[in-house]
Design a protein around this ligand. Sequence first.
Ligand SMILES: [Zn+2]
Length: 243
Amino acid sequence: MIGQRENVSGAHFAFTDRWGGVSAAPYEELNLGGAVGDDAAAVTTNRELAAKSLGLDPGRVVWMNQVHGADVAVVDGPWGSTADIPSVDAIVTTGRGLALAVLTADCVPVLLADPVAGVAAAAHAGRPGMVAGVVPAAVKAMIELGADPARIVARTGPTVCGSCYEVPEAMRADVAAVEPTAYAETSWGTSSVDVSAGVHSQLERLGVHDREQSPVCTLESRDHFSYRRDRATGRLAGYVWLD
Ligand SMILES: [Zn+2]
């Protein structure tokens, strides 16, 4: 259910794995994504199960309508209705006890928090979002709310690794022109990108030094959903919240 969990000075970070939910194949078991073709009631149950295991009120978890962009929304409570969920790839809050959630199945889930200022953010950084700068945009929004990059704790979750994420050479060149550290090669010797490396370079340049990266590669791990491996599959979630 919860593959990784950490509490840093009252800032909580958690990433799910695919087990412990009620979804049927090919979304088994803990699919948390509402737009992947799974039964809506199963997704609701899964979100309740995951929240409960984290000690969270499922009604106090804020989700996004992720679109591979770089827009950020500041939130101070749950959205009123599904129609109110904005199309953004990062959300930021100063609300205590309000959990921000990001859905992924290969893309990089990025969780950020400054426990001293009481500012948290969740961002969805796939290849396009990383290139577009969604993570720097989230950090900028945090700073505007009082966060200090030197105090920001950053955790990135399970993602397809640079040894697996094959792309055409021209695409690798385009990505590396923006973030040189994202230049990678697959384990079979073809061109690839390492999106997580690019995200961490962006954070490093912004002065965010307290960073950790999940060692899990979603494509290699059968305990995680991978869109590139399975196409029709579920979504993992990353959660961040402040006491
Ligand atoms: Zn891999």
